[in-house]
Structure formats: C-alpha cells, structure tokens
Design a protein. Sequence first.
Length: 76
Amino acid sequence: MKMKLIASLKIWILIYPLLTLFLYFFQETLSGIPIYLRTLLITLILVPFLVFIGLPSLNRLLERISPKDNNSSIDV
C-alpha cells in the first residue's frame, strides 16, 4: 500500500505542472477542438512523456538526494 501511495504522489508531482503548462501554452490552439479530442491529444503527448522521461528522471533525482541506508535489508 505504501509503494502505491508513493507512486501516486510521484505521478501527481509530475502530471500537475506538466498539464498546467501544456494547457497554458496551447489553450488558444486547442480551444476550437471538441473536449474529447483535446483530452485525447493531451494524453497522447503527456502520458508517454511521463512514463519514459518524467518518472525515470524523478526516480534518478530522488535516488541522488535520498540518504543512503546501510540497513536497507531490514524492513520495519
């Protein structure tokens, strides 16, 4: 359960600013397109970016900044 919560938080940390920036920059361009096509277009662009670039980059960043645990084999 804890891992799913952490994964959800990572995805939210990435998708919220990405979606906000995408909508900010392309709002006028997308305004004439029906909502279902707009949603399709946005997800076709952002989901692969999130999966192949965003999450791996965030995981590498978190590995670099997280403290090293010498007793990682012991789960509490």
